[in-house]
Design a protein around this ligand. Structure first.
Ligand SMILES: Nc1nc2c(ncn2[C@@H]2O[C@H](COP(=O)(O)OP(=O)(O)OP(=O)(O)O)[C@@H](O)[C@H]2O)c(=O)[nH]1
Length: 191
């Protein structure tokens, strides 16, 4: 497993390569700016991705309050795309970050789990600072969600990178290897 650096100093697209269920999977991760994000731009980013990680901070209740809105925005934007699998909502994993900051905690694990359950999303409480494994587990879960909703079967027919052909507003100079399966997700962060 490995993380790459951002593709340039101005871009927020990362690549993460991981072995999932014995298969080498290349994730293209578009890291959004969270609450300061321009509304039109965030919709463009939502259109770009097949799967989503909504991240809030357990130390920031405002970021937690954004989770439900973002989940519905993702559904709304993808419903308008009329993709082959558009009848199912796109896979979303909800992540509570910064669990190491116990003394600053404002959102309990039960609250986070409850909202994720209500939205029908897998839920993880992690510390991105302390645990690489917990972070990787989020990607593995998202991959399984993509497999379950049929998104991956579309990718079996089309092994490609989206960096080159679908991000006119976020140019990339990356050359993607085609020996691995590649798909895209958006990390909608609010901390
Ligand atoms: N203690 C702790 N700090 C964290 C953790 N994850 C991120 N941080 C810190 O939180 C701050 C924000 O992290 P970023 O990754 O820049 O978060 P972001 O949401 O991309 O921030 P924006 O670019 O403003 O949207 C940094 O100082 C990180 O070091 C965590 O799990 N624990």
């Amino acid at each position: 497993m490995s993380w790459s650096h951002p593709l340039s100093s101005t871009e927020t697209i990362y690549r993460h390569v991981s072995l999932v269920d014995g298969e080498c999977v290349q994730f293209e991760v578009l890291d959004t700016a969270g609450q300061e994000e321009d509304a039109m731009l965030i919709e463009e980013k939502i259109k770009w991705a097949e799967g989503f990680v909504i991240v809030y901070s357990v130390t920031d209740r405002c970021s937690f309050d954004e989770v439900v809105r973002l989940r519905f925005l993702i559904n709304h934007v993808h419903a308008g795309l009329k993709r082959a699998h558009a009848d199912t909502s796109p896979p979303v994993v909800v992540v509570a970050n910064k669990k190491d900051l116990q003394y600053d905690r404002m959102v309990t694990e039960e609250e986070g789990g409850g909202v994720a359950r209500a939205l029908n999303c897998p839920f993880f409480e992690i510390s991105a600072r302390d645990s690489y494994e917990e972070t990787v587990a989020v990607f593995t879960a998202l991959y399984h969600e993509l497999a379950n909703n049929g998104t991956l079967s579309a990718f079996r027919r089309k092994v490609s990178s989206k960096l080159m052909d679908k991000m006119p507003r976020i140019p990339s100079t990356a050359t993607m290897g085609l020996s691995t399966r590649s798909f895209s997700l958006s990390s909608v962060k609010d901390f």
